[in-house]
Design a protein around this ligand. Structure first.
Ligand SMILES: Nc1ncnc2c1ncn2[C@@H]1O[C@H](COP(=O)(O)OP(=O)(O)OP(=O)(O)O)[C@@H](O)[C@H]1O
Length: 306
């Protein structure tokens, strides 16, 4: 699938040769630097934009030929407060959007209280949305995205503006939906969203997929398991002969002391012995161990590919 925009006489290609599948019960996280094509992809899947070439199926429905079918299967949670009716109450917004996504009256009546409760809006449900804070509006978006019990859920930066408790609540709701067999696509720059939810990571760069990997394998792309930073005073020790699997970035002078940064491929006997030896001869003030995480892999791949 491809998507381009013709702006005056120039053609901007937002997505090129993009092909992937999200299975039922799977969360795929799309990562990419600004302008990589994440929003365009989310808009195509939610039928707000058509692909310029190729076919996109959502729950078996072609987004171009059968946008209604695709929409009926899909819940969408975008960041920000776009699209709410601010003069209406939260409950009325939820009822209206629930009806739009095909939930019958009786089901809606049954689901509304629980849906409002789930996002912590039960107490504010009958107030006009214009009186809501940013976080409350985002929570209403979440309730709207989930009320239809969608088979496909699209989330674009869903935890922006949420406090940590609400963000965790949203992640739990997404995990529940996955357990029910929904196919979920998430774009997020929030490390916790990716680490707690992603089964697979899809990395976009310049509109193309550069990586499509299970989360643990994606994290391994960083090339090391952990970073160890040792700080000390006095004369900095020489790194000496490094065992296989350990690299040292440098031993630098800082604030009247020194700091050494080691990158470790794994934790094996030689690595422990080496670090022990390095520190044994030094006046060490502290030693910090940092596990490699998804953002390290992202930073490395975003800088290194193409
Ligand atoms: N309506 C449009 N007209 C012209 N170019 C567009 C349009 N929408 C997107 N683009 C271009 O397509 C490319 C991908 O944009 P997109 O918004 O999908 O990126 P993104 O990964 O979501 O970026 P960000 O993280 O900044 O939101 C960019 O080069 C952008 O300028």
């Amino acid at each position: 699938m491809a998507r381009w925009f013709d702006v005056k006489r120039a053609r901007v290609t937002a997505l090129e040769s993009v092909s992937f599948e999200i299975r039922a019960g799977e969360v795929v996280t799309v990562l990419g630097t600004n302008g990589a094509g994440k929003t365009t992809l989310t808009k195509i899947l939610s039928t707000l934009l058509l692909p310029s070439r190729g076919t996109v199926l959502v729950n078996g429905h072609d987004v171009a030929a059968d946008p209604r079918g695709a929409r009926a299967a899909t819940g969408v949670i975008f960041g920000g407060d776009r699209g709410l009716y601010t003069r209406l109450s939260g409950r009325d917004n939820l009822r209206f959007f629930g009806m739009l996504s095909g939930v019958g009256r009786r089901d809606l009546r049954q689901r509304l209280p629980g849906a409002l409760e789930q996002v912590g809006l039960a107490g504010a449900a009958d107030r006009a949305v214009e009186t809501y804070s940013k976080g409350m509006r985002q929570r209403l978006h979440i309730a709207i995205g989930l009320i239809g019990r969608p088979r496909v859920l699209l989330l674009d930066e869903p935890t922006v503006g949420l406090d940590p408790v609400e963000a965790q609540r949203l992640r739990a709701a997404v995990a529940d939906l996955r357990a029910d067999g929904a196919a979920i696509m998430l774009t997020s720059h929030n490390l916790l969203d990716v680490e707690r939810l992603a089964d697979r990571v899809l990395m976009l760069r310049g509109g193309r997929i550069t990586h499509d990997l299970p989360l643990p394998e994606f994290v391994r792309q960083v090339g090391h398991t952990a970073t160890v930073t040792v700080r000390g005073r006095g004369r900095p020790p020489a790194p000496g002969a490094l065992p296989d699997g350990v690299t040292v970035s440098e031993v630098a002078d800082v604030d009247g002391g020194w700091e050494a940064t080691f990158y470790l491929r794994g934790w094996d006997r030689q690595t422990f012995d080496y670090l022990g030896g390095f520190m044994a001869d030094a006046d060490v003030l502290d030693c910090a161990v940092r596990e490699s995480r998804v953002d390290d892999a992202f930073a490395r791949l975003a800088g290194a590919v193409g």
